[in-house]
Design a protein. Structure first.
Length: 86
């Protein structure tokens, strides 16, 4: 029982970290870069957390997108490198 509770806490913390990365990434994409593919913050965060659940490396993708400095080609490359199909 003790191990089950510990495992739940570890997964909950990991999920919160991914959510935080998604929120930061979506702020960059929606507010700062105004990427048309992401109509609003909530939609972007939902897609990001889904991708994280499917195996995307959200933390590294966030770093890549921040480094892309709103360059559309670089943002697409970040998805190719760290997204679900990477």
């Amino acid at each position: 029982m003790r191990y089950a509770i510990a495992a739940i806490l570890v997964f909950a913390c990991a999920g919160q970290r991914e959510l935080s990365h998604c929120e930061e990434m979506c702020t960059e994409l929606v507010s700062n870069c105004e990427v048309a593919a992401f109509p609003n913050q909530d939609s972007c965060v939902q897609g990001c957390t889904y991708n994280a659940d499917q195996g995307a490396d959200v933390e590294d993708q966030l770093e890549c997108i921040l480094d892309a400095d709103c360059d559309a080609f670089d943002i697409v490359e970040c998805e190719h490198e760290y997204g679900v199909d990477a």
